[in-house]
Ligand binder design. Structure first.
Ligand SMILES: [Zn+2]
Length: 212
């Protein structure tokens, strides 16, 4: 059983705490592949970060600085001012820098650096192309990114391309959004949510690390 089907199953097991993570455990549990559960919003609930950092550290205020992630090279660019009508350029690769705040894809090889280096809270959407709720949530996530452009960075990690990362972070279903700050996961939210709930989640999670 590959990761793909494991994720499909996980969506259909109501994201229980005791969800087995290894293929042989999945089979032993008697669970069957039921990716159709992917379309059901009922199993969605909020869970705390598992064993990833739950740091409650006070971080210095951002002093109004904005940060944008370059979609081309993944570098974070800090800016104190956006000049209307002037195109922003990535300081590292010189590509045009998207300052709209819309989510940018995070490639598996970029993930650890993105978490470690993000100068503002990094919200990662762990998603998969076959996941209906992931697609359903995409517009809300994009709206959130645009609303909070520069104050948070929203990235998307395709778990099908990143089984090692999904396993390491114990992503047990998609969509899962996790907020990272200072290299640590602060909090995560499992299941598709609307804009308002995503916004409250981000505000609450950033408050918990003394950012807001
Ligand atoms: Zn760049």
């Amino acid at each position: 059983m590959g990761l793909h089907s494991v994720f499909g199953m996980l969506l259909c097991t109501h994201l229980a705490n005791a969800v087995p993570r290894k293929a042989h455990e999945v089979q032993a549990s008697g669970a069957t592949d039921a990716r159709n559960g992917c379309a059901s919003p009922h199993a969605l609930r909020r869970v705390a970060a598992l064993d990833i950092g739950t740091a409650r550290v006070r971080l210095p205020p951002m002093a109004g600085a904005l940060a944008f992630r370059c979609a081309s090279c993944g570098a974070f660019n800090r800016m104190t001012l956006l000049v209307p009508g002037r195109e922003a350029v990535c300081g590292r690769c010189k590509a045009a820098l998207d300052t709209s705040g819309q989510p940018t894809p995070i490639l598996p090889g970029q993930f650890d650096a993105a978490v470690a280096n993000a100068p503002v809270p990094l919200l990662v959407d762990f998603w998969a192309p076959w996941c209906g709720p992931c697609r359903a949530m995409a517009p809300a996530l994009e709206a959130l990114g645009r609303t909070m452009a520069g104050r948070i960075v929203v990235g998307k990690l395709n778990v099908d391309d990143a089984p090692e990362i999904a396993g390491r972070l114990r992503i047990q279903g998609v969509p899962t959004v996790a907020l990272f700050r200072g290299g640590n996961e602060v909090e995560r939210l499992v299941g598709a949510r609307g804009l308002e709930e995503l916004r409250r989640f981000v505000e609450s999670a950033t408050l918990s690390v003394g950012l807001a």
